[in-house]
Design a protein around this ligand. Structure first.
Ligand SMILES: Nc1cc(-c2cccs2)n[nH]1
Length: 254
């Protein structure tokens, strides 16, 4: 998988050199490149923004640097992946579609992702139109109903959620199966040794006995029940989504 990130704060993406993602890059599973948007300006101040036409507070990112940056990234990617290669261009944006585990699953199968990190009040609308008119697939992704100062933090989160699903990145693929949201539910409670823990306050807390029973069928049933109960309590919206999907035969034979 190739990933390009266009940003005015490349240093924000430094964490992508660490840990799992860093190892995936070193192992050649992910080819990740960071591009400084200001490198595609031509004035002394390397200007990327201007005041909003029609008035209003703040600044808007100018279309020219973005168009030049996309042209360069597309050319570079096609030189590496083939002239027919075409990326999914992702703009983190509070007005975007909610990014969820299903999105991460889908995007983890794509050969090429390009992330565009907006700042200020946002990016000139004509940039999105320019890409769409060029036949480039564009997605606006929201991490949640809150506003960040820029797309970089969202790119860190999305990249981690996506890349960890790329085959070979996580050592034990089985650990990806029983996670929160992997089956549309929240994960069951987890325990490890000691079976009886005496906390700092002297309280002894024991692990549910079923987990010590060695009866794998009972353990699986208990975990399924815990997942459902925990989801119903904390995220009832996920339950109704799941019931809706089941009523409409999602996953049934066509
Ligand atoms: N979910 C979400 C995305 C964002 C931003 C993306 C780019 C600038 S602000 N805020 N909140």
């Amino acid at each position: 998988m190739r990933i390009d990130v266009i940003t005015i704060f490349p240093e924000y993406l430094a964490p992508l050199e660490l840990s799992l993602i860093g190892k995936a890059r070193r192992d050649g599973l992910v080819d990740l490149r960071i591009h400084q948007l200001r490198d595609f300006t031509h004035d002394r101040h390397r200007t990327v923004d201007d005041t909003p036409l029609g008035g209003g507070a703040g600044m808007v990112m100018k279309p020219e640097p973005w168009a030049e940056a996309f042209a360069a990234v597309l050319a570079d990617g096609r030189a590496a992946l083939g002239e027919d290669a075409s990326p999914l261009v992702i703009f983190p944006n509070p007005a975007g579609e909610p990014f969820a585990q299903a999105t991460a699953q889908d995007w983890s199968t794509r050969p090429w992702l390009v992330f565009a990190c907006g700042r200020y009040e946002g990016i000139d609308e004509r940039v999105y139109e320019h890409l769409a008119d060029a036949g480039i697939e564009v997605a606006l992704a929201s991490l949640g109903d809150y506003v960040l100062n820029g797309g970089e933090v969202a790119v860190l989160a999305i990249t981690e959620a996506v890349v960890r699903l790329v085959p070979g990145v996580v050592g034990n693929a089985a650990s990806l199966v029983e996670e929160s949201h992997s089956d549309g539910l929240l994960e069951y409670p987890l325990y490890t040794r000691p079976a009886a823990w005496t906390g700092p306050d002297g309280t002894v807390r024991e692990v549910p006995e079923v987990l010590l029973s060695g009866n794998h069928a009972r353990i699986a049933a208990w975990r399924a029940e815990q997942s459902l109960a925990r989801t119903a309590e904390r995220r009832p919206d996920l339950i109704s989504c799941r019931e809706g999907a089941q009523q409409h035969g999602a996953g049934d034979a066509p």
